[in-house]
Design a protein around this ligand. Sequence first.
Ligand SMILES: [Zn+2]
Length: 277
Amino acid sequence: MRVEQLGDGDPELAVVGGVHGDEPCGVRAVERLLDDDPDVERPVKCIVVNEKALERGVRYVDADLNRSFTPDTPADAHERRLAQKLAAELQGMTVFSIHSTQSHADPFAVSDGRAEHVQRIVPRLSVVALVDTQDFGEGRIFATDADIVEVEAGLQGSETAAENAYTLAREFLTAEGALPGDTVERELPVFTMGDPIPKPAAEEYEVFAENFEFVESGDPIAAADGEVIRADRDFYPVLLSPYGYANQFGYHGQKQRSLGQSSGANSTSVNSRPSAQ
Ligand SMILES: [Zn+2]
């Protein structure tokens, strides 16, 4: 694990890349920030986490690091030890952890609930949505004693994801007062993950539905070896992709009260066709 710092003093902010070794965009963002060496108004800790997995170009060596922050992962696993080291580095900090995905090209944020730091930071990032992991946060970096925002910066391995990752990291640092300038707060849709969308065993998969866009019960959502799979309920797909997961296409997401600006009092879940505006 590589730990560096921008500026002097005890940092309260951290930018983290390379939790997963096959997602280089966050590492490139961290390295570019260090190369820039900007005059920061608050010190920033910069971390590249899983160097061993990055070298090998694999997601992890022994276990998924983002499921290893609780003792369910064996103590001798490389990622369990890394998780403990990372948790110690991040204790008490406000943290921006950068990932990439196979599901959606446009950046989106991921949180565990909508704590104050989530409401403060996420509407100031150029993301299209927030995904609240809720019960799916088990073993993730959210289990650390730190205020965490995760971001999926784009498609895994793409140049665009690396560019987005850098832009998002700068937006985070600007929103938190480490870099000069202003950020604009926007209203953002929020989705919870819901149940997995099961994926039958097959050779070839396709998906037809779009992430974060309403699907009505009966609509075709995916295919497995040409066999069409239809929605068994109304939902908003989250983390939907043909090959991102072994046993599921993604999640039956539910739309929630939005975040930022006019996210006012009407707080009920709105898992239905969007009304005309
Ligand atoms: Zn990741």
